[in-house]
Design a protein around this ligand. Structure first.
Ligand SMILES: C[S@@+](CC[C@H](N)C(=O)[O-])C[C@H]1O[C@@H](n2cnc3c(N)ncnc32)[C@H](O)[C@@H]1O
Length: 328
């Protein structure tokens, strides 16, 4: 008997099957339409993902990247809550379900899963591709509009990924309040841009204001030490490029890096990293430069040299986004 496919592989295969029947030109045109629709958008009164070709384009073109970004955020979050596994998951603005796949990739086992979105075609496609993943087969895909009237059942984990940028300020506040009322843990992921970071900070403040503790990426729940407008906290996740990506974007690299910002917060006290690497480490001759966000809270550059022995070897392996120093 074959071993079950890992969620990342199963998702890649499901998305490849989705494109199988489509002429490549039609798929590329659908992606270009989608990119044009998203460019310079402000929150609208109606879904952007209106029909099957919109959602196939979204799933094939963006979902691998949002999946990897959420996986990366959940990986750091899981390290900060050792021993905790979500018993249930609610994905708000879940679209085609990238975060549900990321949760399955992070914590093994089945759990009740609910995906809410106002775009029916996105939910239908999400349900269709989730049929390839045993843990997601029983997921409930429900049409719902984010706002004060959003009514949800409790869930251990609520994810809100790549959604806040599509909402008005009032709806951003509402969805966070709904999440806080429903969950033990809330994870918000946004694009790793200055605007995405600003929305993450706004969400972080609201979660802390509601009594939650920041578990990741920050090593503390105090104010972010980054001066607004001067920099933005973000991380990077590597995404394999499909032939569709290469067709639309050109270039020959087999991967691209998805930049994202995130915050994970819990109702229970977490064990956040002692500090976190917040830029790509710079490896020089005999030394590694690490930009760290620390518990104080402050930003500091640490220089780890050969004289530091095992710590130097760990620094050479450290990656952007990792906890520092690494747990034994
Ligand atoms: C960029 S997609 C992200 C989808 C998914 N969470 C992911 O990470 O790939 C944004 C999603 O938010 C949904 N959305 C936007 N505004 C919404 C609203 N007011 N109510 C419900 N869903 C909304 C969209 O339909 C879309 O599926």
């Amino acid at each position: 008997m074959n071993a079950p496919a890992l969620p990342a592989d199963a998702l890649r295969a499901a998305l490849a099957r989705l494109l199988d029947g489509l002429p490549p030109k039609a798929a590329a045109q659908a992606v270009e339409r989608l990119i044009a629709n998203y460019r310079g958008r402000t929150p609208t009164e109606a879904p952007v993902l209106r029909d099957r070709s919109d959602v196939v384009a979204y799933a094939a073109y963006r979902m691998p990247a949002t999946f990897e970004a959420v996986c990366s955020a959940l990986g750091a979050f899981a390290d900060a809550v050792p021993g905790w596994t979500p018993g249930s998951h609610l994905d708000i603005g879940g679209g085609t379900g990238a975060a549900t796949w990321a949760v399955s990739a992070t914590w093994a086992g089945e759990r009740p899963v609910t995906v809410l979105d106002w775009a029916e075609p996105a939910l239908a496609l999400g349900r269709e591709i989730a049929a390839a993943q045993p843990e997601l087969k029983a997921a409930e895909w429900r049409r719902a509009r984010i706002g004060r009237a959003l009514d949800v059942d409790g869930a251990d984990l609520v994810t809100i990924s790549y959604v806040l940028g599509e909402l008005t300020a009032a709806d951003r506040a509402a969805v966070l309040d709904v999440a806080v009322a429903a969950a033990q843990a809330v994870v918000v992921v946004e694009p790793g841009t200055p605007d995405g970071y600003a929305r993450v900070i706004e969400a972080r403040d609201r979660l802390i204001g509601a009594g939650l503790h920041v578990a990741a990426p920050c090593p503390h729940s105090a104010a972010c030490p980054i001066v607004p407008g001067e920099d933005w906290c973000h991380f990077s996740a590597r995404v394999s490029r499909s032939s569709l990506h290469r067709q639309v974007k050109g270039g020959s690299l087999p991967y691209e890096d998805e930049k994202f910002s995130y915050v994970a917060a819990t109702r229970f006290p977490p064990a956040p990293a002692p500090s976190r690497v917040v830029r790509r480490p710079q490896i020089r001759k005999g030394q590694v430069l690490l930009d760290l966000c620390e518990t104080d809270p402050s930003l500091r550059r640490a220089t780890v040299t050969k004289r530091h022995g095992p710590l130097y070897r760990a620094a050479r392996d450290a990656d952007w986004g990792d906890a520092w120093p690494p747990a034994d």
